[in-house]
Design a protein around this ligand. Structure first.
Ligand code: F6P
Length: 543
């Protein structure tokens, strides 16, 4: 369903972009024309700053983008989310992950708080050695078995907050359907002292069920009774019946609610591995930080609203500047799993081709996200960002204070690398500068003519920089919530549902059919020629 107000602003933005191009406006010229561009094009909240001045966005561009947010009813969408309205329309659900943070609405308060106390009891029992395994020894290792949202969030946060670990138990994550993942993990563990968390909102995800069954068999091969096996398993799920059928005691099942989407669930008991790693106090700090971002999102005017501005920039880049994807590059080893987490958040949420009314969408969703940590990324794909033909906006994430201290030079070099990359992307180096340099280094005219074109970097490549004061649970909570809300705003701007994922189902159901072919030895004749030949050759090679 096309909203004429939105179409009007889209047209105005397209005309405006054509005007910028005609005037040969680039990011460098925007800096030349406005001395105070940094102040005007940055937003600061406690411990976190967004600098978006290095984008091809003038005051007029920003005004039009804000009009787009208004026409797309973003303020109403934000209110609807916090009010618990049914914003996940195709599944008839609310998306109320904000209720897991602080100030929980009354209709969910009791169950959320009782889940937190249950988590606290488990964390306390495991940390104090009062959760013995079948032989009476204390738990030393915890394995989270889950995939997608039941893995990426907790494993990313456990890695990011490694410096905050209370070092009571070691955490392991098994997600992959490849049996090598579980086997490789179990090889290093002792069944007597290993606790498994089976994390699955549906409790029907094949990979998780298979890994969970293999883990159960591993414990059962050593323990004396079913009751002994049960001591080694807890579950986090919205499907209590399936978890108890599997053999997990009902009082060891932590709830997950329909109104929490898998990729937004690390704030719930899906975050148990986080709490076991850093302790309940730090887990609550994480929730508090996210809550602060929630309040900022709910109460700030559009132009000062971090998630809104970041979403508008993405739509501007994809819809009007032909950006082909979007990279996130944290200059932090601790945040090296953040891009993987964000990939699910963005691509499962924004990978939609119909709008909320079921009509085909016409605008690019700006949802292809990738990246990895700096400085490693500089030595793999940054060449493509600087000189490749595609436009790929980057979110740089820098942390002012290193968790290992700032006393040696290494951290200063890290920050210098981060800031110099965004500067180089913006400024580039033109032919005249390069020719001048080559001439000064003694090359003759022919040599200069041959080499100069390869060295030109056109610049004018957009980027945001998010600067964090330090990486602690609260700041991390803020950062994750910022990206969650950004994705939601993008979905509002494009009028798509960010909270369903029907596309994933097709591959899941087909895999059952193909499994039957592989397992029963039946030929894959009913399938297409490519798939059936791949099945046949795999069987032949297995023999
Ligand atoms: O990948 C599809 C998906 O449904 C994700 O949305 C979800 O995070 C993941 O599978 C795991 O689902 P579950 O928690 O139900 O096992």
């Amino acid at each position: 369903m096309i909203n004429p107000d939105v179409t009007q602003v889209f047209n105005a933005l397209a005309e405006h972009k054509a005007y910028l191009d005609k005037q040969k406006t680039d990011i460098r010229s925007l800096f030349r024309d406005a001395e105070d561009r940094f102040t005007d094009f940055s937003i600061q909240v406690p411990d976190l700053l967004l600098d978006y001045s290095k984008n091809l966005v003038s005051s007029e561009t920003r005004g039009l983008l804000i009009n787009l947010a208004t026409a797309s009813r973003v303020p109403e969408g934000i209110q609807a989310m916090f009010a618990g309205e049914t914003i996940n329309s195709s599944e008839q659900q609310a998306a109320l992950h904000v209720a897991l943070r602080e100030q929980r609405p009354s209709h969910v308060r009791e169950e959320v708080e009782s889940c937190l106390s249950k988590m606290e009891q488990l964390v306390d029992a495991v940390h104090t050695g009062n959760w013995p395994g079948y032989s009476g020894k204390a738990i030393s290792d915890v394995v989270n078995i889950g995939i997608g949202g039941s893995d990426l969030g907790p494993s990313m946060v456990v890695t990011a907050l490694a410096q905050f670990s209370v070092n009571r138990v070691k955490l392991h994550f098994v997600s992959n359907g490849d049996p090598v993942h579980l086997e490789g993990t179990l090889r290093r563990l002792n069944p007597e002292t290993t606790l498994f968390i089976i994390s699955s909102k549906s409790f029907s995800t094949l990979e998780t069920r298979l890994n969970a069954s293999a883990a159960q068999a591993w414990i059962a091969s050593k323990a004396q009774s079913n009751a002994d096996v049960a001591r080694h398993f807890v579950a986090v799920t919205g499907n209590l019946a399936a978890a108890t059928d599997f053999g997990i005691d009902a009082d060891r099942v932590f709830p997950l609610w329909d109104w929490v989407g898998g990729r937004f669930s690390l704030w719930s008991a899906i975050g148990l591995p986080i709490a076991l790693s850093v302790g309940m106090e730090s887990f609550r700090e994480l929730l508090r930080g996210a809550h602060e971002m929630d309040q900022h999102f709910l109460n700030s005017e559009l132009v000062q609203n971090l998630p809104v501005v970041m979403a508008l920039l993405n739509v501007w880049h994809a819809g009007f500047c032909n950006a082909s994807s979007h990279a996130v590059v944290p200059y932090s080893q601790e945040l090296n799993r953040l891009p993987g987490f964000l990939q699910q958040l963005y691509m499962e949420s924004l990978g939609k081709s119909v709008d909320t009314a079921g009509d085909l969408v016409t605008n690019s969703s700006a949802g292809v996200l990738w990246g990895s940590s700096g400085t490693d990324s500089q030595h793999s794909y940054f060449q493509y960002l600087h000189q490749g033909i595609d436009l790929i906006p980057v979110d740089f994430i820098a942390i002012a204070n290193s968790s290992v201290g700032n006393s040696n030079e290494q951290h200063a070099h890290l920050l210098a690398n981060c800031f110099s990359q965004s500067k180089a992307l913006m400024e580039g180096k033109n032919r005249a500068q390069i020719e001048q340099e080559l001439r000064s280094s003694g090359l003759d005219d022919d040599e200069i003519a041959a080499l100069a074109p390869h060295k030109v970097t056109i610049g004018n490549k957009p980027s945001n920089t998010l600067l964090l004061r330090e990486l602690n649970p609260s700041v991390l909570g803020k950062l994750i919530a910022l990206y969650e809300h950004q994705v939601y705003v993008q979905s509002l701007l494009l009028n798509i549902n960010a909270f369903d994922q029907w596309g994933v189902e097709l591959g899941k159901s087909l895999s059952k059919e193909i499994f039957n072919n592989l397992a029963t030895g039946k030929s894959g004749e009913a399938l297409d020629a490519s798939t059936s030949k791949l099945i046949d050759l795999s069987k032949e090679w297995q023999e």
